[in-house]
Design a protein around this ligand. Structure first.
Ligand SMILES: Nc1ncnc2c1ncn2[C@@H]1O[C@H](COP(=O)(O)OP(=O)(O)OP(=O)(O)O)[C@@H](O)[C@H]1O
Ligand SMILES: Cc1ncsc1CCO
Ligand SMILES: [Mg+2]
Length: 254
């Protein structure tokens, strides 16, 4: 399948089938993420209660776990959901927000990866380097280094975990073993809006719901983000209006 075909096919499949994407995500971005999933044509559900996560995984087409605002009960729910997804062969995408910034975040990310290996992990350069235990350049949730710096870490991780690693940044890298794809679209306003990375992870969640090839799904997910970012920037006056335009162009993407 050519790259243009993959983009069109995945976008059309999302719009035609409106896959249910289960998100266990952080308080900061819940609303942005749900709106982005709706705009692209998917159907979001945000559910983190331990009492229901297994049921929600069972009816969903994919699972997205984002550890942006952690606490003990949420970690239990994340592990339960991730294991259920593995048991049912549902694709599972992980966003290790701020891994490396605290011992708690690093231990939690390792636990999730050890107990239920994600099919795709998407993080910024600092996060991917911290996960690969190469260096710790994490300040908080934003990266302190450019995405190219983390390609070696992503290759190492991808080979260890036998999955796909996405490094976001001015250039996005999608890494599966020795296969590396790049996406250079996007906007410098994107890192000025909170949760664009979290949105990218959930859009990948929508793509993996309709496309079984992890690498292709992750690449198209980042292409969708990049194209929408390019178009939104044209009519944006700053981060505030960018956010609104981003949802509009996401909805109009063909
Ligand atoms: N300088 C840039 N130019 C173009 N696009 C960018 C730039 N920086 C980030 N992006 C895009 O913004 C999106 C989010 O990536 P980023 O690396 O900022 O995520 P993040 O740090 O995890 O964000 P957050 O934690 O706030 O969700 C990606 O789609 C990425 O391609
Ligand atoms: C700012 C912030 N803090 C925890 S999660 C989050 C959203 C972007 O990752
Ligand atoms: Mg992030």
């Amino acid at each position: 399948m050519s790259k243009t075909n993959a983009f069109k096919n995945i976008l059309n499949s999302i719009k035609n089938t409106s896959p249910l994407v289960h998100n266990i995500t952080n308080y900061v971005v819940m609303n942005n993420t749900a709106n982005a999933l709706l705009a692209v044509g998917a159907s979001p559900v945000m559910a983190h209660a331990i009492e229901e996560v297994e049921d929600i995984v069972s009816i969903s087409s994919s699972l997205v776990i984002n550890m942006g605002t952690l606490s003990e009960k949420w970690i239990d729910a994340m592990l339960l959901a991730a294991k259920k997804a593995k048991t049912l062969n549902k694709p599972f995408v992980f966003d290790p927000v701020g891994v490396g910034a605290s011992k708690y975040r690093s231990e939690t990310a390792q636990r999730i990866i050890n107990e239920a290996t994600p099919d795709i992990i998407r993080g910024n350069a600092s996060e991917i380097m911290a996960l690969a235990q190469l260096t710790n350049s994490t300040k908080g949730v934003d990266s302190t280094v450019s995405s190219d710096t983390a390609v070696v870490a992503a290759e190492k991780l991808s080979k260890e975990l036998n999955n796909t690693i996405v490094i976001s940044g001015a250039t996005d890298y999608i890494v599966t073993g020795n296969t590396i794809d790049e996406v250079t679209d996007g906007s410098a306003l994107m890192p000025k809006v909170t949760g664009m990375g979290c949105t990218a992870t959930s859009i990948i969640g929508a793509c993996i719901a309709v496309e079984p090839n992890y690498h292709v799904a992750a690449t198209v997910g980042m292409q969708i983000m990049g194209k929408a970012g390019n178009l939104a920037e044209k009519s944006a006056e700053g981060p505030g209006s960018f956010q609104i335009h981003f949802l509009d162009v996401l909805h109009q993407l063909k």
